[in-house]
Design a protein around this ligand. Sequence first.
Ligand code: UD1
Ligand code: UDP
Length: 373
Amino acid sequence: MKPAFVFGTRPEIIKLAPVIRAFLERDVEPLLIHTGQHYDYEMSSVFLEELELPRIDYHLEVGSGTQAEQTGKAMIKIERVLMDERPDVTLVQGDTNTVLAGALASVKLKIPVAHVEAGLRSFDRTMPEEINRILADHASEVLFPPTEEAKKNLEREGITENVYVVGNTIVDAVLQNAEVAEKKSDVLERFNLKPKEYVLITAHRAENTDSRENLEKLVQILESLPMRAIYPMHPRTRKRLEEFGLLERVEAIENLTVTKPLGYLDFLGLEKNAFAIMTDSGGIQEEAIILGVPCLTLRYNTERPETVEAGGNILVGLEKDRALGYLRRLMEDEEFYEKMANAPNPFGDGRAGERIAKILLELHERGELRVRS
Ligand code: UD1
Ligand code: UDP
């Protein structure tokens, strides 16, 4: 069995690492194809190193561009590799342009696609990720929704065959790395932070950063934070803040530390010890509830509604009064804080990677891993 993994961004590396590991443990050598959608050391290589992934077989160096440029370039380059290598299955994870490119290139070569983290829906078609998710799911032969709710989304769109609820591989990643992070990371000392006395902030979504109006709303929230905070900043956000002339305002905020993006071990350390997390990231909404840290999501919708239903996440959008109102309530109301912090993790037991490898190997053995005619 020859599985190919196509990935290109930070969260894909983190969430596919447990699946790659599960194949290696079964003595199956996967083919690793990195599109290069993310290319800075701290957005890509740091994770390959920390997660001890084997050598990358193909580095496609696609880089940045418009939606179509990036997706098209990735598709062309992925197709060439898949034509040469003819893997038995192509695995993609999540909802990035790399995922869409990998799924389309593969299925058209009649190489079946397995979609890890299938079935997520924000129901907001203005997000590039929503289009990528829908199209990737419909191009896939085997689907691995993390939750029953995600499976229902697939059912509503008529996708019912080869659908396996396995949990989210982010739980595997957190469990596999939290202890190592504890031992190896000195992130709190480095930034002079005390456990549970700071807020961790990240924001990079296109809808929050690409318009000056929305980015300024984010800056206004940052300027009024009632607690020490740290913001490892995604390069997209830094670029936009510079473009819109807002970076200096952010850098002038006294109780806010802005840093480069951090490696996974440092970032896990920051998440685990945070008083609360404010984010527009998908993966960080998941990690917050896994680690028992209250999450205020800087968005108006989420494709992770399970976190909200479980009580660990509140959608606050970019409304300063709402966002900071909830943060203050967390600071003042212990019962409210404990309720959010103790919300149950809806994403499974940390064995999603093993399940995915096992299911794909079984389908392959039975000759059922193929594009249906
Ligand atoms: C992409 C995904 C998003 C995901 C995020 C994870 C799509 C449509 N979006 O968004 O779903 O949440 O990755 O982090 O696929 N840049 C650098 N260095 C890098 C990478 C990017 O400077 O290593 C800058 C470039 O200016 C680039 C911008 O960030 O234009 C945006 O990068 P891109 O890959 O297009 O989208 P992300 O915002 O990273
Ligand atoms: N992350 C990291 N360092 C950072 C910021 C995030 O290691 O400075 C990790 C985080 O723990 C999570 C993943 O990156 O596992 C989330 O990626 P991102 O927010 O870029 O993308 P999304 O999940 O929104 O697609």
